[in-house]
Design a protein around this ligand. Structure first.
Ligand code: FES
Length: 96
């Protein structure tokens, strides 16, 4: 889908995967995660949010979401979480 190098460590980027917008995060640990790109609260750009190993915080109204379960930790509807991994060629693969 994209090269891991396209995403700076500790940040996210939005990509189109089969016509769907997906936010992919490269954690400082080297792990990657992927969720729907649009925040379920009001469509904010989750790829631009603050992220740690476990949670992304939407930049618009600061609702937080668990990147493993998709659950909101602040009472919003859950995110779609997509299985995601880095292949031996250094490319990120996302399953919808
Ligand atoms: S749009 Fe994400 S918290 Fe409001």
């Amino acid at each position: 889908m994209c090269a891991l190098e396209e995403i700076p460590p500790g940040e996210g980027r939005a990509f189109a995967v089969d016509g769907q917008q997906v936010a992919v995060f490269r954690h400082r640990s080297g792990r990657v995660s992927a969720v729907q790109a649009a925040c379920p609260h009001a469509g904010g750009p989750l790829a631009d949010g603050q992220v740690d190993e476990r949670v992304v915080v939407c930049p618009l109204h600061l609702n937080a979401f668990d990147l493993t379960t998709g659950e909101s930790t602040s009472g919003q509807p859950p995110l779609a979480v997509h299985p995601c991994s880095v292949g031996p060629d250094g490319r990120v693969g996302v399953e919808l």
